[in-house]
Design a protein around this ligand. Structure first.
Ligand code: KIV
Ligand code: NA
Length: 263
C-alpha cells in the first residue's frame, strides 16, 4: 500500500513509519522505483557511479538538472529530491538563485545540501524563501578533499556533540528531513531522538527514521567493492554480464534473431 509523499506526510512519518529512500538518475529506473520508495533522490553520487569520476565534486548544476528532469519524466508523481552540487550554495544569494533555477527548470519537490551548523544560515535563507530543503550531515562526500578522505563520524564524544549541534541547527533552519551518512549507530540514534524531523540514514545503523541507498549499489551493479553498509538486493552486475554473454552467443551462432523476430 503505497501513499504518495509530501512534506507534511514526511514530517508526520517520524515515530510512525520508516521512510524508504532510493537514488535514481534516469527515467527508466525512476519509473521502476516510484510507488515503492517514499522519496527518490537524484544524488550527486551519479558523478561517480555514472560519470566515473573519483568523487562527487565536479558535478554541475546543469548536469543535476538534466538528470532530475529525466527522473521526474519517469516518475512524475514521485517525491523527487535533487542534490545541490558542490560549489552551488556557498553563500545565501548564490544558493537561493541556484535553488530557484532548480524549481524553475525541474519538478523536484526539494533540494538537498550538505553541511551542519556552518551551513545553517544558508539553509534558513532557502527555507524562508519557500525552498524545501533536506539536510545532510555526518560523512559528507562534498567535503572529501578538504577533510582528506571519507571518515566515519561520531567516534569521539566531541564529534558526537558536534553532530548533534549540526542536526539541531539544520532543523532550526527549517529543513524537513536530514540525511545522516557514515556515522556511528549510537550517535545517529541520539541525533534522531534529538530532532523532531525525520532522519534518513546511510551507514548510520537502524535507529534513524528511514534509510537511503544508492540504487546501483543496492542492486549490485557496482562490483569494485561493497561498502559495509550496503546490502545487495540483486546481483545486478552478474545478471547483466550473463545476459549480454547469452546475447553474444546467440549472435555468434546465428540463433538471434529467430524467424519470429524477423520482418
Ligand atoms: O549522492 C547521493 O547519492 C547521496 C546519498 C548517498 C544520500 O547523497
Ligand atoms: Na550526495
Amino acid at each position: 500500500d503505497f501513499e504518495k509523499m509530501n512534506i507534511t506526510k514526511i514530517k508526520k512519518s517520524k515515530n510512525n513509519k520508516k521512510l524508504t529512500v532510493i537514488t535514481a538518475y534516469d527515467a527508466l529506473f525512476a519509473k521502476l522505483f516510484k510507488n515503492i520508495a517514499d522519496m527518490i533522490l537524484v544524488g550527486d553520487s551519479l558523478n561517480m557511479s555514472f560519470a566515473g569520476k573519483p568523487d562527487t565534486l565536479s558535478a554541475t548544476l546543469d548536469q543535476m538538472i538534466y538528470h532530475t528532469n529525466a527522473v521526474c519524466n519517469g516518475a512524475s508523481d514521485a517525491f523527487v529530491i535533487m542534490d545541490m552540487p558542490f560549489g552551488t550554495y556557498n553563500n545565501k544569494k548564490e544558493a537561493l538563485e541556484n535553488a530557484v533555477k532548480v524549481y524553475a527548470q525541474t519538478k523536484a519537490a526539494a533540494i538537498k545540501v550538505e553541511g551542519g551548523k556552518d551551513r545553517a544560515e544558508i539553509i534558513e535563507h532557502l527555507t524562508k524563501n519557500s525552498i524545501a530543503v533536506m539536510g545532510h550531515i555526518g560523512l559528507m562526500p562534498q567535503y572529501v578533499r578538504s577533510e582528506g578522505g571519507y571518515k566515519v563520524r561520531g567516534k569521539t564524544k566531541e564529534d558526537k556533540e558536534k553532530l548533534i549541534k549540526d542536526a539541531l541547527a539544520v532543523e532550526k533552519a527549517g529543513a524537513f528531513a536530514i540525511v545522516i551518512e557514515g556515522t556511528m549507530s549510537d550517535v545517529a540514534k541520539e541525533i534522531s531522538q534529538a530532532v523532531k524531523i525525520p532522519t534518513i540514514g546511510i551507514g548510520a545503523g537502524k535507529d534513524t527514521d528511514g534509510q537511503v541507498l544508492v540504487w546501483s549499489d543496492m542492486l549490485g551493479f557496482f562490483e569494485e567493492f561493497k561498502p559495509k553498509f550496503v546490502r545487495h538486493y540483486l546481483n545486478g552486475a552478474a545478471l547483466v554480464k550473463e545476459a549480454v554473454g547469452k546475447y553474444r552467443n546467440d549472435v555468434q551462432d546465428s540463433t538471434f534473431p529467430a524467424k519470429e523476430e524477423e520482418y
